[in-house]
Design a binder for this molecule. Structure first.
Ligand code: ZN
Length: 412
């Protein structure tokens, strides 16, 4: 998607401001001789930015405003190495809340709603983002934070919460618990706003059926405000994102070249008006595509597709490149299987061969052996990989409140 005039002038202003600072990117762009962005060519000359840059700049190297303008920091949970710290100005915090309120509005949520917020509060951007957007909209926030499922369900019933916000795995857990306790007719939920990880159609269906609610995918990442820079609409045909705050390009992760609209690749985001920590051409590693054309819902904000997975989640087994989402898609075809799975990759030294162990869940009404056989056959015919499949009862695999790690690789 081409940069429009407003986006170009926003980026030009950001570059001109950045190079006057001694921030990490200010220094980098000065050294590279980047002084202005007047057209697409100027823009493409800006190097990609990455999480590695942000780690190098730890703790506050990317801060691009004086200390007195910073009102808050957030940090993304690094599984390896140093975390990443993002400073926010008053305007950044309020812009984020405005975008988040737009997300709620696109989901048809109004100031009459009561929004139960289960993502965590603290250093990461989840809980506080859902809360700030809710308050900006004027709805009632029920700031639960994660965990304590008994209390969650009690508050949900007593306060008649109409909207649940959660990670997909926690929404699944709540849905299973509410059904197990036969409480479905005691809850008033109508909508769920689900963020922070990829989820399969099967998981969506289970939560939708289990709670009887409409579901919306919210998109965002700590480095770029947090969740709330885009959301799916009633048409369920992609995620509208706010192109007055962020510019999105899709690149081939291997070559870094832009791909044509409609083609799949990695999402690269440029903030247009961020003050505390502006980021130009930030590689998200999220895989998606621009959806060309207007949405049937009538909303004019452009769209990306639902996130397909992460370019760095891809793993190689028996010479085949695989995404975890491929396993999720196959599980849809198996009667009695849930959406949950775990992959373990290991090396068998005596045979000098890699093995893939796949654990899936199935309901008690089906034969576990049949499920294992069907899954093995599907993997072999559709992907060309033969895993060793173990089938366990529903609820055996852990549901987490944060992002769930489904692939463990012991091969290094
Ligand atoms: Zn739409």
């Amino acid at each position: 998607m081409k940069l429009n005039e407003k986006q170009l002038s926003d980026i030009d202003a950001q570059v001109k401001r950045l190079i006057k600072t001694d921030s990490y990117y200010g220094k980098m762009y000065r050294e590279l001789g980047i002084t202005k962005v007047e057209n697409e060519d100027d823009f493409r000359k800006i190097p990609f930015s990455s999480k590695a840059d942000l780690r190098n700049a730890y703790p506050l190297g990317i801060q691009a405003v004086p200390d007195e303008e910073v009102v808050r920091i957030h940090s993304s949970s690094g599984t390896t190495g140093k975390p990443v710290i993002i400073p926010y100005t008053k305007k950044d915090v309020s812009d984020w809340a405005k975008m988040f309120a737009r997300c709620y509005e696109i989901a048809g949520i109004t100031n009459k709603d009561r929004i139960q917020i289960t993502p965590g509060y603290g250093l990461w951007t989840a809980g506080i983002g859902f809360q700030a957007g809710c308050e900006y909209l004027g709805a009632m926030a029920i700031p639960m934070g994660p965990g304590n499922t008994d209390k969650q369900i009690q508050m949900m019933m007593d306060l008649k919460a109409t909207v649940i916000t959660a990670t997909s795995s926690y929404a699944l857990l709540l849905s299973e618990e509410i059904n197990k306790r036969n409480l479905t007719d005691k809850i008033s939920l109508k909508k769920g706003v689900i963020g922070s990880e990829r989820w399969s159609d099967k998981m969506r269906q289970t939560i939708h059926d289990g709670l009887g609610i409409e579901l919306y995918d919210i998109y965002g990442l700590t480095e770029i405000y947090g969740p709330g820079i885009g959301i799916s609409c009633k048409e369920e045909s992609g995620i509208h994102y706010f192109d007055d705050y962020v510019y999105i390009e899709i690149i081939d992760p291997a070559t870094g070249e832009n791909v044509p609209d409609g083609e799949e690749g990695e999402i690269v985001i440029t903030t247009l008006v961020k003050e505390g920590a502006p980021l130009l051409r930030f590689r998200t590693h999220d895989m998606s595509r621009i959806i060309p054309g207007d949405c049937k819902c009538g909303n004019k904000y452009p769209r990306i597709d639902i996130i397909k997975g992460r370019s760095d989640d891809m793993f190689k087994i028996h010479g085949v490149n695989m995404f975890p989402s491929q396993i999720e898609e196959l599980l849809l075809h198996i009667d009695g299987a849930t959406s949950e799975y775990r992959v373990t990759l290991a090396h068998e030294d005596d045979k000098n061969k890699d093995v893939m162990l796949l654990t899936v869940e199935a309901e008690g009404r089906v034969h576990f052996e049949d499920v294992a056989k069907q899954m093995t056959a599907l993997m072999k015919s559709r992907i060309g990989v033969t895993p060793r499949v173990t089938v366990v009862p529903v609820g055996t695999l852990p549901r987490s409140e944060k992002k769930t790690k489904r692939v463990i690789d012991y091969r290094e």
